[in-house]
Design a binder for this molecule. Structure first.
Ligand code: ATP
Length: 346
């Protein structure tokens, strides 16, 4: 394997995995850069896990090739690939203590006891579990077990670490905390992380780049801000965050062309009727059909004059719940900067 940093950590060349008629992965081309935190994001059944399993070697492509640092690994068994996996269910050995769980990969490689102890200590420090080596997995919380699984997967310094929805079993607060920690750990160790999730917020929080999967294909690859601000398709605009998609007649009326465009709800300003706006703005009037107060912000559904509706999100900077709820049924003027509209092809 080459260590040239410009060689992609992973490259897919027209990779397909079909199960009978089901095209789980369909002619996917992909390059993952050495040292990046890369997420595979998509709804259930879109092919993310199948891609991960093929990188790990648990599954093989029906056609196409997979390269790990330039080497074709498509037909290599898992143990001949310098790759490790962290699973959602941790897969720790229940009868072994934390230290032995973490040391497992080193024991298999017959590394000396002194070296093992040293490296286990380093790993436990990295995942903030110093002093936990003697505990059994059953004496740990879910978040702590996930850290042990991470330490165990990293101890052999694999070239690539695969993470299959590793935070899926944790509650929201812990999940958010672990997202930040995981990203920090990745930066410290400098290993390429490939992270599978169906949670768009999670992918946006942690990733250098994201691939958005839909029905076995990748719809878009880009940085979190590219994916969010410049969605390449209606699917991406709808799946990543909330978006207003304006098509056909309504698009023509608002923008002078029937080309579909999207506008994010938080980019729309909700103002009073008659409010004047500059020529770089789109303005239209409507009636507030629904108001949902959500604490930090409020979500409005506005029926636009002439047909169609838009979701608008406004932060509750100065408004109280009473203020925002009283807007229901009122006529309003919506406006947004033209530069925030994104033309969408399909
Ligand atoms: P999830 O988020 O639910 O894990 P996913 O995006 O990871 O979904 P995959 O598990 O890759 O999706 O599955 C993609 C498609 O391939 C699905 O339609 C699934 O039913 C099908 N599939 C996966 N594994 C097999 C298999 N062993 N046999 C038959 N069909 C399979």
């Amino acid at each position: 394997m080459t260590n040239n940093p410009s060689t992609p950590a992973i490259r897919f060349n027209k990779v397909s995995r079909h199960f009978g008629d089901v095209k789980a992965v369909d002619e996917v081309d992909l390059e993952i850069i050495n040292g990046e935190f890369f997420s595979m994001l998509g709804p259930s059944g879109s092919g993310k896990t199948t891609c991960l399993r093929m990188i790990a070697g648990f599954d093989r492509p029906t056609s196409g090739s997979i390269y790990l640092y330039g080497q074709d690994v498509s037909n290599l068994p898992p143990y001949e690939r310098d790759v490790n996996t962290v699973f959602q269910d941790y897969a720790l050995f229940p009868h072994m203590n934390v230290g032995d769980n973490v040391a497992y990969g080193l024991m298999i490689k017959k590394v000396s006891k002194a070296e093992r102890t040293k490296r286990v200590d380093e790993m436990l420090e990295l995942v903030q579990l110093k002093g936990f080596a003697g505990r059994k997995p059953s004496q740990l919380s879910g978040g702590q077990r996930q850290r042990v699984a991470l330490a165990r997967a990293l101890i052999n310094h694999p070239k690539v670490l695969l993470l299959d929805e590793p935070l899926g079993a944790l509650d929201l607060k812990l999940r958010q905390q672990m997202q930040i920690e995981l990203k920090n750990i990745q930066k410290q160790v400098g290993i390429t992380f490939i992270f599978v999730t169906h949670d768009q917020e999670e992918a946006i929080t942690m990733s250098d780049r994201i691939a958005v999967f839909n029905q076995g294909k990748i719809e878009q690859i880009g940085s979190p801000s590219q994916i969010y601000e410049r969605p390449a398709s209606t699917f991406v605009a709808g799946f990543v965050g909330t978006s207003n998609l304006i098509q056909g007649e309504a698009a023509k009326r608002i923008n002078g062309s029937d080309q579909t465009f999207s506008i994010r709800p938080e980019k729309i300003h909700l103002g009073s009727l008659g409010e004047k706006n500059g020529s770089d703005m789109i303005s239209l009037d409507g009636v507030v059909r629904d108001v949902v107060y959500l604490g930090l912000y409020t979500r409005y559904l506005v029926d636009i004059d002439g047909g169609g509706d838009l979701i608008v999100i406004q932060q509750n900077l100065k408004t109280t719940s009473m203020d925002v709820l009283s807007i229901k049924g009122q006529k309003v003027r919506l406006s947004w900067h033209k530069e925030h509209m994104v033309s969408i092809g399909v």
